[in-house]
Design a protein around this ligand. Sequence first.
Ligand code: SAM
Length: 347
Amino acid sequence: MNNKENIEKLYTSGDLPDDGLISLITIMDKEDEELIYSYAREVREKYYGKEVYLRGLIEFSNYCKNDCKYCGIRRSNENASRYRLSTEEILECCDKGYALGFRTFVLQSGEDLFYTNEKICDIVSRIKANHPDCAVTLSIGEKTREEYQAYFDAGADRYLLREETSNPIHYGKLHPPELSIKNRKQCLYDLKDIGYQVGCGIMVGSPYQTPENIVEDLRFMQDLKPHMIGIGPFIHHKDTPFRDMPDGTLKDTLHLLAILRLMFPHILLPATTALGTIHPLGRELGIKAGANVVMPNLSPRGVRGKYLLYDGKICTGDEAAECRSCMERRIASTGYQVVVSRGDYRA
Ligand code: SAM
């Protein structure tokens, strides 16, 4: 089949054989792009209308016990200037965010054992007590099932944990030997089983990634059936072993966003900060390729420039209110509209 036929089949059936997916991942011309983006928009509008959901991102610690080779906050990066937010500071970010119309708070950090289970549960339950109409998302890495259960019981609604790559050999090239894809996947299945709305995902164009790896990821996602899928381009960081590796591209990321929208019509799909970093209009183009979520930064201005996963990260100097209004304008320019809503998954 040619790509036009592949796109028609993906649109009508939500799936393709591996070779069709590889063809879409590797070779799409301008006409194919127009077609797949227009189908992606049609499908997202069927389930979510013109709505774009805001997630207020609070990057509360950049300490990390892990040493992922791609990540700027890996433990062996001695140039990273480390910080932690106190519970009070995190709660203040949420209060500020609430006043700005955020109804989801995403608490993200490196794997920082300073935040014990008790601390995380306390933070989650206090946010929920202050803002019962809001969803709390955690993105704090690999934990035991019991720990995930405790956070859930404290009120956490959602959890983001990208698998990064489903392929064990590729996984081994990106991570230190003590981390395994087996455990990462188990975490995702545990989270799902506990009752979280679960987000998985990958970096597009990560070092050594092949089109076959991406297809393996899509198959894993079909098995997991996540509620959210976070993808963004890999971007090098000057103080990591991957400092000289090429970045993922805008085009490859947009293509994959559209493929994901057609394979997972109901999915919550962010146009990520990394996408906005590789191109000034990356997030707007992401929305036009089928994304329906954006994640403006709610972290205090003083620490933003320190949560540097990759070089050139945007929005490190702005106040939360500036980010919020900038995002509103950007989304309006795409013909879509940010809404004050938890933005839950619609089955
Ligand atoms: N520690 C938690 C975890 O492992 O899930 C959450 C924080 S981690 C920094 C969040 C995500 O940042 C990772 O899942 C990874 O995909 C992304 N990331 C890290 N380094 C990156 C890079 N150089 N380029 C693009 N994305 C990156």
